[in-house]
Design a protein around this ligand. Structure first.
Ligand code: FES
Length: 145
């Protein structure tokens, strides 16, 4: 088991009112839905962006491109035409003596660092593409006009 982080008293968490917290630089959403407490790491698997989810019906929505994730499983419900490599990463929560505790571990921080690395790599590919196209070095093939 990882570290227990005290989040809030059980009575302070309202149904359908997600609570956004950060621990060790990792952003989390804790929410109560249909009497169940769920916790997610707020890194969108579409473009590895840290995001603040919006709750709509049975889904958590990333505001950047409106990809929808199931509120209980984190699975992609509607990709909105985007390629999304995975569902929303879940975290574990426990209730101890009337307090909601988040169970954190090194995997959470590592997910954030992996997301940063992918984002950086995408940024580098994009920059390379724009420089090569700017100077006409895009590598035309035979038959290209
Ligand atoms: S970054 Fe979240 S939907 Fe695109």
């Amino acid at each position: 088991m990882g570290d227990l982080v005290l989040v809030t008293a059980i009575g302070a968490l309202r149904e359908r009112r997600p609570l956004i917290i950060e621990h060790d630089g990792v952003p989390y959403t804790i929410l109560l839905k249909d009497g169940r407490i769920e916790a997610y790491i707020n890194i969108c698997p579409h473009q590895d962006k840290v995001f603040k989810p919006r709750l709509k019906d049975e889904c958590l929505i990333c505001p950047f491109h409106d990809v929808a994730f199931d509120v209980h499983s984190g699975k992609v419900v509607d990709s909105n035409g985007k390629t999304v490599r995975a569902g929303l990463p879940k975290a574990e929560v426990l209730v101890r003596d009337g307090w909601i505790c988040l169970v954190t571990n090194e995997r959470h921080r590592s997910l954030l660092e992996q997301a940063w690395a992918r984002k950086k790599e995408r940024g580098a590919r994009k920059r390379k593409w724009s420089w090569t196209s700017l100077f006409g070095l895009g590598g035309k093939k035979n038959g290209d006009r």
